[in-house]
Write a protein that binds this ligand. Structure first.
Ligand code: ATP
Length: 136
């Protein structure tokens, strides 16, 4: 069965939305395999976001991800990678579809980074890579 890395990012944890987000994941039927609260250091985030190095939002993104704890989840189920990304909605929470996590709980808070509540791996390869980073 397929696995993915899901993060409830610092904005989701700080706003007390972890339970509501986990409820949607569980209601959809995916299995929680492992779950922990993490305060990632810069080195971990540089690995996780290596593909974005050099982009204008890279530094603000790392600062944001170091601003408080995230919840890291190893999630399993058939087609869970695309299934969770569908639950999450598109990157920009202002325009993410209502009914999705980002669309229902997110908005633009005026910062240089999209505070969009959750992360989900986007392919089998990135899931394996990211699970190795967060659950080594
Ligand atoms: P994630 O990978 O976190 O699930 P995603 O695949 O929708 O989200 P990516 O393009 O991988 O988005 O970007 C990673 C993160 O960087 C986004 O979730 C968001 O927090 C931030 N980000 C992406 N694009 C922008 C942008 N243009 N401006 C500000 N922040 C951005």
């Amino acid at each position: 069965t397929e696995e993915t890395l899901v993060l409830v990012k610092p904005d989701g944890v700080a706003r007390g939305l972890t339970g509501a987000i986990l409820a949607r994941i569980e209601a959809k039927g995916y299995a929680l395999v492992d779950l922990k609260l993490v305060e990632p250091d810069r080195a971990l985030l540089e690995q996780h976001y290596a593909e974005h190095e050099g982009k204008p939002f890279y530094e603000p993104l790392l600062e944001f991800m170091m601003s408080g704890p995230s919840v890291a989840i190893r999630l399993a189920g058939n087609r869970v990678i695309e299934g969770f990304r569908s639950l999450a909605g598109t990157t920009d929470p202002t325009t993410a579809a209502p009914g999705t996590i980002r669309g229902d709980f997110g908005r633009d808070w005026g910062l240089k980074v999209q505070q969009n509540l959750v992360h989900g791996s986007d392919s089998v390869e990135s899931a394996q890579r990211e699970l190795g980073i967060w659950f080594s």
